[in-house]
Design a protein around this ligand. Structure first.
Ligand code: 1HN
Length: 335
């Protein structure tokens, strides 16, 4: 009775006509599978591997010199994602190089990991890229990268690519640049946190494109402590108060030396970059040790808690919780 009484020839005929009995579905009316395990990409191992991409190609040839952080849990090699609804990657730009302007329906954020002197232009507005800075390139904004510095610049890219892939809404436009917003008030203050009082906004994206690490550090120090003693800030759109980049919620967590955060769990997934310090995270019963620039995932459904060792640790976190929230299915709990 392997097929619950259905004769093999009937099953075969159903299959031929693209029909399948729900009672043989591996998922329907069954408990969900256990959560995916976290995955850690240690910078010490990743960094030398990125070096090969420097010599292997250039942005002139391949649009962007990007190595993707791909989940070990993909069901096929065509399924490209890092965790949940996010695709994360490392992009490299060498001194003198430029990556031409383009735009796409996917929203992206950049988080600088190494090097100095590169600039991302978002709708023509210059955003300097220094360690720990967050640069937004909202959906359909033209963006290009330039580097006039002395040493390679590397940054984390995070995009809502997997969601667009699922929805069939992924679109890409190469140059020439068209419909660039002209001296629009939305972009004038792209690199500041202050806006003229009379500014009126016609865009639905953040008028701030660059959030410096210096500003984030200051905001963290001023943020109230949670019950577990940690501090956290959310990168926000100053006009709406909502998260800075729709679908990619960005926060920074500060944990004092020797302290640990309370265990939390969500049906959203999180991608983490260690910006400062070293410590451990216990995620779904697995403990990983991390240090500066390491990258790790907290797949949905796992309890996670983070502990800092010798000095205050800063962890930059990206979450797809806004996707769940907008759909009315977000669930979060503290142990
Ligand atoms: C992309 O357009 C960029 O513009 C970076 O810098 C990473 C990963 C997947 C798809 C498009 C960029 C990307 C990407």
């Amino acid at each position: 009775m392997a097929s619950h009484g259905v004769r093999p020839d009937i099953l075969a005929r159903w299959k031929e006509h693209h029909l399948a009995p729900l009672w043989l579905s591996p998922t329907a009316h069954k408990p969900p599978p256990p959560p995916q395990q976290p995955h850690l990409w240690e910078w010490a191992k990743t960094r030398p591997l990125l070096e090969h991409a420097f010599s292997e190609t250039s942005p002139n040839v391949v649009e962007r010199r990007v190595l993707q952080y791909l989940t070990p849990y993909a069901r096929s090699e065509h399924e490209e994602y890092t965790v949940g609804a996010m695709l994360c990657a490392v992009q490299c730009l060498l001194p003198g190089e430029a990556a031409r302007p383009h735009r796409h329906s996917m929203g992206a954020v950049r988080f600088v990991l190494e090097g100095s002197g590169a600039t991302t232009l978002v709708n023509g507005k210059q955003c300097p890229m220094e360690y720990g800075d967050l640069i937004l390139t909202p959906a359909w904004c033209w963006h290009e990268h330039r580097h006039d510095g002395e040493a390679p610049v590397l940054w984390l890219d995070a995009l809502d690519v997997p969601l667009h892939a699922y929805l069939g809404t992924a679109q890409f436009q190469p140059p020439p640049v068209t419909n660039l917003p002209e001296t629009a008030a939305d972009a004038v203050f792209a690199t500041a946190n202050f806006l003229p009082a009379e500014t009126s906004f016609t865009t639905n994206y953040s008028p701030v494109f660059r959030y410096s690490y210096a500003d984030a550090t200051q905001a963290l120090a001023a943020a109230p402590r949670a019950a577990d003693g940690s501090r956290a800030i959310r990168y926000t759109n100053p006009i709406t108060g909502a998260q800075a980049q729709p679908l990619l919620d960005c926060t920074m967590l500060a944990i004092e030396a020797g302290a640990a955060t309370t265990q939390r769990r969500s049906n959203a997934s999180v991608a983490c970059v260690v910006v400062a310090g070293e410590g451990t995270s216990t995620i779904g019963g697995k403990t990983i040790a991390w240090r500066e620039k390491d990258f790790f995932t907290i797949p949905q459904g796992n309890f996670a808690s983070h502990a800092a060792m010798s000095k205050e640790a800063h962890i930059f976190m990206l979450s797809d919780r806004d996707v769940m929230r907008r759909l009315g299915v977000l669930s979060e709990e503290t142990a």
